[in-house]
Design a protein around this ligand. Structure first.
Ligand code: 5AD
Ligand code: SF4
Length: 480
């Protein structure tokens, strides 16, 4: 009999005052050969959180003896780890699912699974149940650790399994992680989001804000150092709120940064920060530098206080500018980037002009820019403003991108003729003998050099600044 538990966005909206439940991943030994002789193909859409979840999916599938393939026709199991942040992300997945119908017709024994943020949406699961019989398994973001058991049910019973939990998730530690990058690692430090910005689906799809215990995070970093990792990026929807949910200790994001700054990892980055929760103490810790990188992604979303209020961002234009001033005073050469949404309901041309002027005032060196996308079940999906047509939204995006691109270029030009430290990651995709890596300020550098430098932090002289990248050469003088 099919197992069906579907999501309920009304329940997902609720925040019960219950304490975090910490568990350790467990697996029934009888499942360890479930995937013997079988291959899987994994699609990952969306943000770093999803990339990080995919590393756990890979880890669990390896434990079950599955092997990964990059050739979809070879796969016995196809998984789609999906993103729900904007409609176009969802359209891509449905397009792909449509194409996979044909593959399933040719090879009916293939198992197709859908997980990630889309699986937490009522409308998506409803559509899959009605129109996509080719999907055998749907599981949500809260029960990713149940993948071995769910797969076992599908493979042994051949039933359809839809198992999506709507309540806030627990924190499951010790899920095996298979990282593809051997130099830089993602580390989730918290899950979920309690902000409820009116446009955003994340608080529904990822549940209550809950923090991992610092000792687990620090141990993970320690073992990455042992494995030769050079850089960690701490992940969370709002890392500045880290620790707010602890009831047994007084420990926040500034404390975590401070502890990490004393560890032997070369580089520490984090994403994403909500300006509202960026405390003076966090700025102070960050300003000590060392392994804490001089780079901050600080999504503003809009330069108009009126729009920010409608977005429920919890700060005004002035508050944001004040934060930026404090940051620049503490860390003058920091590289700042942001996220911006245009065409939000009731955004007038004047509001949009305020966004343009804020971008210039803040000196952003990059921005992810988006047209507002209605997400079912969020408050903003009910804001009706017919004055913003598709054409107006696209035209605003175009004008914004022109200003943002100037910032990218200026941000790169300031390093021309300078020596910078580059963590070399590998060969550039475009040219074979050119190495690529990132500077402390998170600038992409291409440099000619030997493969012995891969995984090393190398001193490079910047010889050319382009809009999206820098060219350099390996300096004669190297730091040890
Ligand atoms: N429409 C457009 N952009 C959105 N974002 C989040 N939700 C939406 C939406 N409904 C953007 C925000 C956020 C980034 C990850 O995606 O700018 O910071
Ligand atoms: Fe969405 Fe706002 Fe939470 Fe970011 S802080 S994930 S934009 S609700």
């Amino acid at each position: 009999m099919d197992l069906i538990r579907t999501p309920d966005q009304n329940k997902e909206r609720k925040r019960l005052n219950k304490e975090n439940i910490f568990k350790d991943f467990e697996i029934d030994k009888s499942l360890l050969s479930l995937g013997k002789g079988k291959k899987y193909f994994l699609y990952t859409y969306g943000c770093q959180e999803n990339e990080s979840d995919s590393e756990k999916i890979r880890g669990m599938l390896s434990l079950l003896s599955f092997k990964e393939t990059t050739i979809i026709e070879e796969a016995d199991l196809i998984l789609m780890n999906t993103c729900a942040i904007r409609k176009n992300a969802e359209d891509k997945v449905f397009g792909e699912l449509g194409r996979l119908k044909q593959l399933k017709r040719e090879k009916p024994e293939i198992i197709t699974a859908l997980c990630g943020c889309m699986s937490q949406e009522e409308s998506v699961v409803d559509k899959i149940m009605k129109k996509y019989q080719n999907v055998d398994l749907v599981f949500g973001t809260h029960n990713i650790a149940s993948l071995p058991n769910l797969l076992n049910t599908v493979m042994t019973s051949h039933d359809r399994v839809i198992d999506v939990l709507s309540y806030e998730g627990d924190i499951t530690e010790k899920i095996p992680v298979e990282r593809q990058n051997k130099i830089k690692a993602w580390i989730p430090i918290m899950y979920g989001c309690d902000e409820f910005c009116t446009y955003c689906i994340v608080p529904y799809t990822r549940g209550k804000e809950r923090s991992r215990l610092p000792e687990n995070i620090l141990n993970e970093v320690q073992s990455l150092i042992k494995d030769g990792y050079k850089e960690v990026t701490l992940l969370g929807q709002n890392v500045n709120a880290y620790g707010k949910d602890f009831t047994d200790r007084d420990y926040d994001f500034a404390d975590l940064l401070e502890d990490l700054s004393h560890m032997n990892i070369e580089r520490v980055r984090f994403t994403t920060s909500n300006p509202k929760d960026l405390s003076d103490r966090q700025i102070e810790v960050l300003s000590k530098g060392g392994n804490l990188m001089p780079y901050l992604h600080l999504p503003v979303q809009s330069g108009s206080s009126k729009v920010l209020k409608k977005m429920n961002r919890g700060y005004t234009r002035e508050d944001y500018l004040d934060r930026v001033e404090k940051i620049r005073k503490a860390i003058p050469d920091i590289s700042l980037t942001t996220d911006i949404i245009v065409g939000f309901p009731f955004e007038t041309e004047e509001d949009f002009q305020e966004t343009l002027s804020l971008v210039q005032e803040c000196g952003f060196e990059g921005a992810f820019t988006f047209i507002f996308s209605k997400r079912e079940g969020t408050p903003a999906s009910k804001f009706v403003d017919e004055s913003i047509t598709d054409e107006i939204a696209h035209e605003r995006l175009y004008r914004l991108n022109n200003v943002v691109n100037e910032g990218y270029k200026k941000g790169n030009e300031r390093f021309l003729g300078k020596n910078v430290k580059v963590l070399i990651e590998g060969y550039s995709k475009k040219e074979n003998d050119i190495l690529m890596g990132y500077t402390e300020h998170n600038k992409l550098v291409n440099v000619k050099g030997d493969k012995k430098y891969i995984g090393q932090i190398v001193n490079c002289l910047i010889t050319k600044a382009k809009t999206w990248s820098l060219d350099g050469e390996i300096s004669k003088e190297q730091y040890s």
